[in-house]
Design a protein around this ligand. Structure first.
Ligand SMILES: NC(=O)c1ccc[n+]([C@@H]2O[C@H](COP(=O)([O-])OP(=O)(O)OC[C@H]3O[C@@H](n4cnc5c(N)ncnc54)[C@H](OP(=O)(O)O)[C@@H]3O)[C@@H](O)[C@H]2O)c1
Length: 313
């Protein structure tokens, strides 16, 4: 699989990161194994999970995704071939939301145990915490890096100015800096003022910030749970904005020209974007996975990209 630089970390990661949020909860263990194998067979090695996945699914408490990944890696003996990302910061049973040093240290230990590994390659602050001093949070992450428990750190659901503040705190103290930001991002844009709290959608300000600082944007929910292709899954209200009709229309034209699907064009557009965006690709069937992975073969010309980027009402 094509690889891309992860921020200024100096490492290359797969152009598609596999989202494993529902593995061993909504998506049963057998299918989860099948999807993991399918992604790895396609050359992918970048897996995304979190301590809380998927605590909101009835009957689950969180930790199921990490535990399944741990079992799968042990069975496949492939830990060294993978780039593993996990996260801390959201609440789950027995754990409050936040990024206090004690929360970061404790949750990292638990994630390492569930995953059955010594090191997490990329560890995210899953959500901003304005009540804990930034110094406390960044020092805690830096200590994990120094201890070899984490290789790189990233942020998720942060505003650009808070990322800059975190960068300043780390730079002035010689601590590890966030190398990437994971935010809600798709081709159709949210309408102005759309609220996804506690999630935060990427906006032009963040994209510009990423470009100028060399920070990679990882896009979660890139396919809007299938809204581009499934009539029973309308676009969420927050996306029915001034330019959504124009964007859907251009997407349809290019989809037909390329003999592809709308999902494939959305993913192909992301990895061809400047700066490059890494989509968190998720699927619950091998057919969806095949369709999504095939978008790596679609080439969009500069003219296609301009048409997609400039579509407006
Ligand atoms: N940092 C954060 O706060 C945050 C938040 C959300 C997600 N994430 C990460 O991002 C990953 C992806 O998020 P997401 O699940 O919200 O992504 P998404 O792209 O919006 O939705 C994926 C879902 O869309 C449907 N789908 C996928 N491919 C399809 C296809 N080819 N045709 C039709 N339907 C298709 C499937 O739904 P069905 O299963 O219903 O068929 C699949 O489970 C997660 O696994 C997680 O790792 C991070």
């Amino acid at each position: 699989m094509k690889t891309v630089q992860l921020g200024n970390s100096g490492v290359e990661v797969s152009a598609f990161c596999l989202g494993t949020m529902f593995f061993d909860s909504s998506t049963n263990a057998a299918i989860s194994y099948q999807l993991l194998d399918q992604y790895v067979e396609a050359g992918g090695s970048f897996l995304d999970t979190a301590n809380i996945y998927a605590r909101w699914v009835p009957g689950y408490v969180g930790g199921e995704s990490e535990t399944l990944l741990g079992k799968w890696m042990r069975q496949r003996q492939n830990r060294s071939e993978l780039f593993l990302a996990s996260k801390v910061g959201f609440e789950m049973p027995g754990v409050e939301r936040g990024l206090r040093a004690s929360q970061i240290e404790e949750q990292c230990e638990k994630s390492l145990r569930r995953l059955g590994v010594n090191t997490i390659d990329l560890y995210y602050a899953h959500v901003d915490d304005r009540s804990t001093p930034m110094e406390e949070t960044m020092e805690a992450f830096h200590k994990l890096v120094k201890a070899g428990k984490v290789r790189f750190i990233g942020a998720s659901n942060f505003l650009a100015w808070r990322l800059e503040e975190a960068g300043w705190v780390s730079r002035t103290r010689g601590w590890s800096e966030y190398c990437c930001i994971q935010q809600r991002y798709s081709y159709v844009r949210p309408k102005p003022g759309a609220n996804f709290a506690p999630q935060i959608a990427a906006n032009d300000d963040l994209l510009d910030y990423c470009k100028s600082r060399g920070i990679t944007l990882l896009a979660y929910s890139p396919l809007l749970r299938g809204a581009y292709s499934r009539s029973e899954r309308p676009f969420p209200d927050q996306y029915v904005g001034p330019d959504s009709k124009a964007r859907v229309a251009v997407l349809k034209t290019i989809t037909e020209e390329k003999n592809a699907t709308a999902n494939q064009i959305v993913l192909a557009w992301m990895i061809r974007s400047e700066p490059c965006v890494i989509p968190l690709v998720a699927a619950s069937t091998s057919g969806q996975m095949r369709e999504n992975l095939s978008s790596l073969k679609i080439s969009l010309s500069a003219e296609d990209m301009a048409r997609l980027n400039n579509a407006a009402s």
